[in-house]
Design a protein around this ligand. Structure first.
Ligand SMILES: Nc1nc(=O)c2c([nH]1)NC[C@@H]1CN(c3ccc(C(=O)N[C@@H](CCC(=O)O)C(=O)O)cc3)CN21
Ligand SMILES: O=c1ccn([C@H]2C[C@H](O)[C@@H](COP(=O)(O)O)O2)c(=O)[nH]1
Length: 318
């Protein structure tokens, strides 16, 4: 069994065995543990689960969106990436400008009420079309607020200046690889009110040893079935991109999670996944002509040899 699926499935088993039932903001209900760490050796292959298909293209386009400093859904929709749609949609249906059918608690209601779900799907389509085709609408309702992209690339300091935390990390790695300050912080107390969803992966830090770049990322809250496979792959890709620019190999990826939970409507899916045999990990190939991490585009990033078990569908808690 490859180490990545093993470490992930060990976590799933651990939560199912030792987790406690806990209510949550979305009203879905979870089984949760508080505090968990996992380590992935990036030399062994790219950490994308093989016991279900994880859509790497969506992971990569989301990361490029963060790295552009973009916070507007439009870029994701243009790339056929719908993982953030619900949080933009929520902003629209809660605004004065929305005058369609009542969408209160659309996340839960769309799962339980088929008639409502049809109405919701219709309004979601309208929303997506308008974000893609109406620039003024997109500016207002496609924007998720000061989420990751803003905090990573243009953090607003108490001095009124903006700070590019990613550029700082890259410059520091090149200048002073032993630094213990290779850190990016996305959690800002004054910004929570300006975010459709306050950051879940709220900080990460790099470490250079023997020509290898390692990364530790911290999550305050983590959806183990849908979010975590994305989060692991996303930070692995970020580590590869930064290592590429800095002329380093990749080292280890370390995950630290706080409220690590399985949603009550994901348990069957996890149980299915637990019965599957893992396969060989894929590898990552980056276009060597691209030098700066900020110049990467989707087709400069290639996953080689990914042959996973089929997708397992699950509803997302909003
Ligand atoms: N409850 C919850 N879980 C999350 O993981 C999560 C949030 N909310 N809110 C913000 C972002 C959005 N993320 C998401 C959202 C949806 C999927 C998801 O549905 N993934 C499917 C494929 C979806 C598709 O093909 O469009 C999967 O099978 O992995 C993954 C990550 C991670 N985050
Ligand atoms: O990258 C992400 C983003 C979000 N999540 C999950 C974690 C929680 O299940 C929800 C957020 O809800 P809160 O009530 O704000 O904690 O989204 C994730 O796993 N990964």
């Amino acid at each position: 069994m490859n180490q990545v699926d093993k470490v992930y499935l060990d976590l799933c088993n651990y939560i199912l065995e030792h987790g406690t039932k806990k209510e949550d903001r979305t009203g879905t209900g979870t089984i949760s543990v508080f505090g968990y760490q996992m380590r992935f050796n990036l030399q062994e292959g790219f950490p994308l689960l093989t016991t279900k298909r994880v859509p790497f293209r969506l992971v990569a386009s989301e990361l490029l969106w963060f790295l552009k400093g973009d916070t507007n859904l439009r870029y994701l929709l243009e790339n056929n990436n719908h993982i953030w749609d619900e949080w933009g949609f929520q902003k629209w249906v809660e605004s004065n400008e929305y005058n369609g059918p009542d969408m209160t608690n659309f996340g839960i209601r769309s799962q339980k009420d088929e008639e409502f779900n049809a109405l919701y799907q219709e309004q979601m389509k309208v929303y997506q079309e308008r974000v893609l085709n109406d620039i003024d609408f997109a500016k207002e309702f496609g924007d998720l607020g000061n989420v990751y992209g803003k905090q990573w690339r243009s953090w607003e300091g108490a001095d009124g200046q903006t700070y590019d935390q990613i550029q700082y990390i890259i410059d520091e790695i090149k200048r002073n690889p032993d630094s213990r300050r290779l850190l990016c912080n996305a959690w800002s107390a004054s910004e929570i009110k300006n975010q459709q969803l306050p950051p879940c992966h709220y900080a990460f830090q790099f470490y250079v040893l023997d020509g290898k770049l390692s990364c530790m990322f911290n999550m305050r809250s983590n959806d183990v079935f849908l979010g975590l496979p994305f989060n692991i792959a996303s930070y692995a890709l970020l580590t590869h991109l930064i290592a590429h620019e800095c002329g380093l190999e990749v080292g280890e990826l370390i995950y630290t999670g706080a409220d690590v939970h399985i949603y009550s409507n994901h348990i069957e899916q996890i149980q299915t996944q637990l019965t599957r045999e893992s396969r060989k990990l894929p590898t990552l190939k980056l276009n060597s002509e691209v030098k700066s991490i900020f110049d990467f585009e989707l087709n400069d990033i290639e996953l080689v040899g990914y042959d996973p078990h089929p997708t397992i569908k699950a509803p997302v808690a909003v």
